[in-house]
Design a protein around this ligand. Structure first.
Ligand SMILES: [Zn+2]
Length: 52
C-alpha cells in the first residue's frame, strides 16, 4: 500500500503556478522545501515552494 506517500506540488512563488509534482513520504514535513526551478509562465528560474 502506498498510504505513506502523498503528492506534493512545487508552485512558483511569483505567479503561483504549480509547475512540478512529486511524491513524498508522509513523515517529512511539507512546506519546508524551496527550490529554484524553471517556470514556463515567468520564463525564468524562480523560487518554487512546496504545497499540497
Ligand atoms: Zn512563475
Amino acid at each position: 500500500m502506498a498510504k505513506d506517500r502523498v503528492i506534493s506540488h512545487l508552485s512558483c512563488e511569483k505567479c503561483r503556478m504549480r509547475n512540478y509534482t512529486q511524491v513524498v513520504t508522509r513523515q517529512r514535513k511539507l512546506g519546508d522545501l524551496k527550490l529554484s526551478k524553471y517556470c514556463s509562465r515567468c520564463r525564468e528560474h524562480t523560487l518554487h515552494k512546496e504545497t499540497k
